[in-house]
Design a protein around this ligand. Structure first.
Ligand code: TMP
Ligand code: ASP
Length: 243
């Protein structure tokens, strides 16, 4: 087989073409960045762990009626996915106040958000992924009104399904980021990854605000034990995934 053509290299993944024009190969790296790549590092084993966690979550979501780009994992760091045109919007769902929400509003970390909220950021590194209003998103034609409605409803459904699943794992899904894409036949599907890089996950058996963190905030905030937190999430996901 010829060397696969690299189509794109992002901060955490490399995307390769395959022999099938409708299928891409995502390679998950151990590289970690934060604060729009101002902070860089490596989380040993992250690529494999995030591939495995994402794969399990995508399969569960598919089984529960959420269309995703997931096909399969041919190797521990690799995921075959449907080729999609990514909607250049990061969709954030929040169940509990943390991160930029607290920084920007003064709301206390840990405040319950009921009902959950859905936010949108413009996926643009140069601009620093700014928070968008729905009106700005439509003004910029980043999505059609129909896509925006579908994205919102799917994100809330995904939140319900993932929150229930993580609860069974003894983990609270605080917030997370999703990306969506359009397949060549015009279907909106969940894309990218769902992993401790893209979710805030709090261990329900810990009350200490730093010790409970099982996600990339350990790297962002220099809390230590980053690798073991990622391993812990994978272990619990595998233990609770139905066969
Ligand atoms: P935020 O509170 O920093 O806005 O992050 C909200 C959620 O989105 C959190 O679970 C982490 C995730 N996230 C990403 O996946 N990628 C990013 O670039 C950022 C800033 C956040
Ligand atoms: N991945 C993002 C970056 O490096 C930020 C983050 O996850 O905190 O820019």
């Amino acid at each position: 087989m010829s060397t696969p053509e690299k189509l794109y290299e992002g901060k955490a993944k490399i995307i390769y073409a395959t022999d099938d024009p409708e299928i891409l190969l995502a390679y998950f790296k151990d590289d970690a960045t934060a604060f729009n790549a101002q902070k860089r590092g490596t989380i040993l084993g992250k690529g494999e762990i995030n591939t495995a966690i994402s794969s399990h979550l995508f399969q569960q979501l598919e089984a529960q009626g959420v269309p995703t780009h997931y096909i399969d994992c041919p190797a521990p760091n690799e995921m075959r996915v449907k080729r999609v045109k990514i909607v250049p919007v990061e969709v954030i769902v929040r169940n509990i106040a943390a991160g930029s929400l607290c920084k920007q509003t003064g709301i206390a970390v840990g405040t319950l958000i009921e009902p959950p909220i859905v936010e949108f950021c413009y996926k643009n590194d140069e601009l620093g992924d700014p928070l968008l209003t729905r009106e700005r998103l439509l003004l910029m034609k980043l999505a059609t009104p129909k896509q925006l409605e579908q994205i919102t409803q799917l994100s809330l459904l995904i939140n319900q399904l993932l929150s229930d699943f993580f609860n069974e794992c003894g983990i609270t899904l605080v917030d997370f980021k999703l990306e969506f894409g359009m397949t060549s036949d015009g279907q909106l599907v969940l894309a990218d990854e769902i992993s401790p890089d893209t979710c805030r996950l709090w261990d329900q058996s810990e009350t200490d605000p730093d010790r409970r963190v099982l996600d990339k905030d350990r790297f962002r905030r220099d809390l230590g034990n980053v690798e073991s937190a990622y391993q812990q999430v994978l272990k619990r996901v595998l233990e609770h995934t139905p066969n």
